[in-house]
Ligand binder design. Structure first.
Ligand code: GLY
Ligand code: MN
Ligand code: MN
Length: 432
């Protein structure tokens, strides 16, 4: 286990908190129904700093001249481990995860007042979880009640998660390694779906091809609910039912990505169900592909987060004019947002532990400047819902093309690889 990367992230946070103390609980287990739980997923911020996978864990970073990291976690329990599986226990966790001290989670409430006392500031995110808010507040009050004994409670509260989110915006090499692996597995999943696609299959059969590739390759599973949308279903941005039949002559849009070590890939491909684009489908497809190329060309360190969106919109608007859907001058149409009925989302988002990853998009009131190590998606689309404003041959065509991009020292690395040119898709899908 690479504990160095996590220790380095904690050091970066210690630099920010100074003499303060930070408290970060992981996610809770969630009941699905009766005795069944949703598959457990740790809290992303907690995982980023600890790599510790179990529920009921809390990280406490005690700042000062000799900073120390404390983990509270479940105790070893032979009976519970028989039912639910292995637990590290405090001693095991200390050894494996490189924290300075570890205690049973049941001791958190009694130990916290002493830990808080004497620190000028507390770093904790109020409002994230009411249960934790109450426990931390109770500990603060316990210190305040000991004022006559000379104890001092923190007087300043900082939003801890906002600080961690800021760190998470630039990925380290360990993170980039996980993201490249997630991207490789996801790319293979999209290839498999293209190869197995046939008219008459249900959408969920392609979802199953992706799930198969993800799990057989060692990914944890899907990083977000996959979209497999045939025909006009592709114009519904968050379509997830995946239960319709894939029709001959239509397109299918797949937006799916796996999760590796907590990190997401996020790829969209749109391709013909029968393996051959019609000329109308190809016309729209080439516009979206050109918009994506223009957006990617705008990505480099120092560029603004919005530059690639603006580049994509310009190509999409010119395309909408060429298709006869919009009329007028390009700048005027962009100014009036005339494209928004057909392109209603932004061209990308940060990517990392969360598919829509942590991190501000504006610093002060300026769009964020791209830096080496940032990762974002580039995902332009056109959604031509079946309505009278659209030429008949184009009605119901929905296309998005999405790749994942790492900003490098001198440009951008598109590290997702599933085929996306018309020629490459048709060659891959040829069934001779
Ligand atoms: N898969 C979610 C997105 O593309 O934003
Ligand atoms: Mn995306
Ligand atoms: Mn996506």
């Amino acid at each position: 286990m690479n504990t160095d990367a996590h220790a380095a992230r904690r050091r970066a946070l210690f630099d920010r908190i100074g003499d303060g103390i930070a408290i970060l609980p992981t996610a809770r287990e969630k009941t699905r129904n009766r005795d069944t739980h949703y598959p457990y997923r740790f809290d992303s911020d907690f995982w980023y700093l600890s790599n510790f996978p179990e529920p009921d864990a809390i990280l406490v970073l005690v700042g000062g001249t000799a900073p120390r990291t404390i983990l509270f976690c479940r105790e070893k329990d032979a009976e519970r481990e028989t039912w639910d599986g292995f637990r590290y226990g405090p001693a095991g966790a200390r050894e494996v995860f490189g924290v300075d001290e570890a205690y049973p989670c049941g001791e958190f409430d009694t130990r916290l007042p002493d830990l808080l006392a004497g620190h000028p500031s507390l770093w904790f995110t109020l409002g994230h979880d009411a249960g934790w808010d109450a426990r931390v507040t109770a500990a603060l009050n316990a210190v305040r009640a000991q004022r006559r004994a000379g104890k001092q409670a923190p007087t300043v509260l900082h939003d801890l998660r906002r600080e961690i989110e800021h760190l998470r915006r630039v990925k380290d090499t360990t993170e980039i390694g996980h993201m490249r692996r997630a991207a490789a597995i996801t790319s293979a999943g999209h290839v498999r779906a293209m190869q197995r696609c046939r008219p008459g299959l249900p959408e969920y059969a392609l979802e199953a091809e992706l799930s198969h590739e993800f799990r057989v390759s060692g990914a944890a599973g899907h990083a977000y609910p996959p979209i497999v949308a045939g025909g006009a279903g592709a114009c519904v941005l968050h379509y997830v039912n995946n239960d319709q039949t894939l029709a001959d002559g239509s397109l299918v849009l797949i937006d799916a990505g796996c999760e590796v070590e907590g990190y997401a890939a996020d790829i969209t491909r749109t391709f013909p169900v029968n393996g051959r684009f019609t000329s109308a489908q190809r016309d729209v497809y080439e516009i979206v592909l050109a918009a994506q190329a223009a957006a990617i060309a705008a990505l480099r360190p120092g560029a603004s987060f919005i530059d690639d969106h603006d580049a994509a919109v310009r190509v999409l608007v010119r395309g909408l004019v060429d298709l006869g859907i919009l009329q007028g001058d390009i700048d005027g149409l962009i100014e009036q947002n005339a494209y928004q009925p057909y392109y209603m989302h932004r061209t990308g988002h940060w990517l990392g532990l969360d598919v829509h990853d942590a991190g501000e998009y504006k610093d002060e009131d300026q769009w964020a400047r791209l830096e080496s190590g940032m990762v974002l998606t580039v995902e332009p689309g056109l959604y031509l819902r079946p309505d009278a404003a659209i030429p008949e041959a184009l009605r119901g065509i929905g296309i998005r093309i999405e790749d994942d991009v790492l900003i490098t020292d001198d440009g951008a690395d598109v590290y997702t690889t599933a085929p996306k040119t018309v020629a490459d898709i048709e060659a891959l899908m040829r069934h001779d």
